[in-house]
Ligand binder design. Structure first.
Ligand SMILES: C[S@@+](CC[C@H](N)C(=O)[O-])C[C@H]1O[C@@H](n2cnc3c(N)ncnc32)[C@H](O)[C@@H]1O
Length: 311
């Protein structure tokens, strides 16, 4: 809840697990191949990713590097036909410290505020849960209308890239929507109705069969971590929220990846605790996190899911 999770299939290392979770979300959305390779973009399509809750910007840098690469595997394509997959990245965080840290990293990587940059990168400090409060600049950036669009990738493309039917927008929400207060519904409505966007997320849901004791414990954890308890809905209720925003039932996929997340993360924290103990350091809050992820891993009361809703 207060720490990022991760996808622990082939790793014992935290940053790698966090990147693997992002890859898994992108693969489920079919924006990466099953081998985690970047796809070639359709030259007639401009892809915008609106990343809600990008943390300290690790995922921003990773995504820009990953989704900008031209993979020289498709021999039939000439260099001229190799286009970056992502044309525009728009990131949102409510946290000024995270914003400033991410901004300095993006500048250090030469990824920010470059007029000729492709993808174009803009980050904003704003509450993604309250799209009605967004500035004009953020609203138009998320709609793909910002002042400095990516340069046309080919002279013949310039006419088509501005057309709304040639745009594709994805909302990315990695381990963040369950924080949204008072609820996820306003951003889901905004994504579907205003941004015409699809959604890809890693999120938490409540198991249908969670016991009363599990629900009470979860309520305590929610209060302690400042997470709205009402956000712990079941997968079926989550689907209903997406449908009420406008998404078609058959465009929604909810994939349970709990087995790759909670128990391995609890094991990682236990090992880290042991190592720190050897040099005389305790890891206080981490101990609580280990207990919580261990509980979720064992009881199955809270599930970690990848949610895709296609527009
Ligand atoms: C567990 S962290 C995940 C960070 C990052 N996405 C990752 O996976 O490493 C949760 C993030 O959600 C962000 N967040 C919480 N409420 C938010 C809101 N209303 N709007 C945008 N981001 C929010 C926090 O700033 C925090 O960085």
């Amino acid at each position: 809840m207060w720490m990022n999770m991760g996808y622990w299939e082939n790793t014992l290392d935290f940053p790698t697990a966090c990147r693997a979770l992002l890859d898994e979300v992108l693969k489920t959305a079919k924006l990466l191949t099953p081998e985690s390779r970047s796809l070639f973009s359709n030259p007639n399509r401009a892809l915008t990713i609106v990343d809600l809750g990008f943390g300290c910007g690790d995922q921003t840098v990773y995504l820009i590097q990953k989704m900008s690469k031209a993979i020289p595997a498709v021999d039939a394509l000439t260099d001229k036909q190799r286009f970056p997959l992502m044309d525009r990245y728009v990131g949102v965080t409510p946290n000024r410290t995270q914003f400033q840290y991410a901004e300095s990293r993006l500048t250090a990587f030469g990824m920010h505020r470059r007029k000729d940059a492709s993808p174009s990168v803009q980050i904003f400090c704003a509450d993604a849960a309250q799209p009605a409060s967004w500035s004009e600049k953020l609203s138009s950036a998320a709609k793909g209308e910002a002042a400095s669009p990516s340069p046309p990738r080919d002279v013949n493309e310039s006419a088509t890239l501005g057309d709304s039917d040639s745009r594709e927008t994805w909302i990315l929400a990695l381990d963040t929507l369950y924080h949204f207060s008072p609820s996820r519904q306003p951003i889901l409505n905004h994504a579907y109705r205003e941004l015409q966007a699809s959604l890809m997320a890693f999120d938490l849901v409540l198991a249908e069969d969670a016991s009363r004791l599990d629900r009470v414990l979860l309520m305590v954890v929610s209060i302690l971590t400042g997470t709205p308890f009402a956000n712990f809905v079941t997968a079926a209720q989550y689907r209903k929220m997406l449908v009420s925003a406008g998404y078609a039932e058959d465009g929604i996929e909810v994939r349970d990846v709990s087995g790759h997340v909670f128990a391995p993360l609890a094991r990682f924290l236990k090992n880290r605790e042991r190592q720190l103990g050897l040099i005389g350091l305790g890891i206080g809050a981490y101990r609580v996190a280990r207990w919580m992820f261990g509980w979720w891993g064992k009881s199955g009361a809270v599930r970690g899911v990848i949610v895709i809703a296609r527009r």
